[in-house]
Design a protein around this ligand. Sequence first.
Ligand SMILES: Cc1cc2nc3c(=O)[nH]c(=O)nc-3n(C[C@H](O)[C@H](O)[C@H](O)COP(=O)(O)O)c2cc1C
Length: 283
Amino acid sequence: MRIEKREEKCSECMLCVRDCVMGVWRNVGGKSRVVDLDLCNCCSHCIAVCPCDAIIHDGLKKEEITPVNRKNLNPDVYRDIITSRRSIRQFKNEPVPREIIEKILDVSRYAPTASNSQDIGYIIMTDKHLIEKTAGGIFGLASRLFNKTKNRTGRLLLDLTGLSQNRYLKVMSYVQEQNAQTGRDFILHNAPVLILIHAPKNKPFACDDCNIAAGTIINYAHTLGLGTCFLGLLTLVLRWRGKIRRELHVPRGRRVYAALAMGYPAYQFTNTVSRKKPEVDWV
Ligand SMILES: Cc1cc2nc3c(=O)[nH]c(=O)nc-3n(C[C@H](O)[C@H](O)[C@H](O)COP(=O)(O)O)c2cc1C
């Protein structure tokens, strides 16, 4: 990798030095200098902050680094995006074009990652049969476990563990009935697209990186008229069940930290929602 400064363009404003948190750029005798190339994590900050276009960095794609359009940064629009997004659990039976999914993944690249590792992978599932099979498998597993709680020993176990009041257990009979009568999929919501977001297993901040990308996706997808829903249950099951991991092509050594259902909403939400005030301590 090569990072160079075009002396003829540099104004020695030192913004590259001030902004470089890795200590690659330093002030050496009043001049900005690349001191240790190996420290660079290719965050692009030096190039992005330079007002003189004085930096050449061949680890980056220069054509992607474009002027910021501040006029488009509208807080009211952003607030509306956030407050109008809902988890969508009823989708139109309509595929999402591949170009649209690619457009979404192109934006999620800009979500931050710890140490700028950018080590996030996506599995995009659009195979209806595989999605149905996965939902059926997980629902079958949950049903079998639930049925075990109905006998005397099961009930005793629930009482002892305090799980008898668990709201997911309490709703399970209804869920089973609905699934049998209407085929409603309470696990993956009959979604036309699933997005599994993975990163190296047990790497610090891997879970954070994936979920920040997921958060970026849900909001951007919403602006494109798409609905999404986090699938925490699928994420959990993928952690426990190697068979499902293999069926969904999760690469070895990687873990799915976030999973989303995505598709065109079957209907629109007319209103925003009520939320609790957060607990905030000002220190
Ligand atoms: C980490 C996480 C996991 C979730 N897992 C599920 C899930 O497995 N199934 C589901 O239907 N919704 C799931 N949700 C959606 C939440 O229930 C939903 O975000 C919450 O009720 C607020 O509703 P809203 O997203 O419409 O604002 C999950 C949300 C998050 C953040």
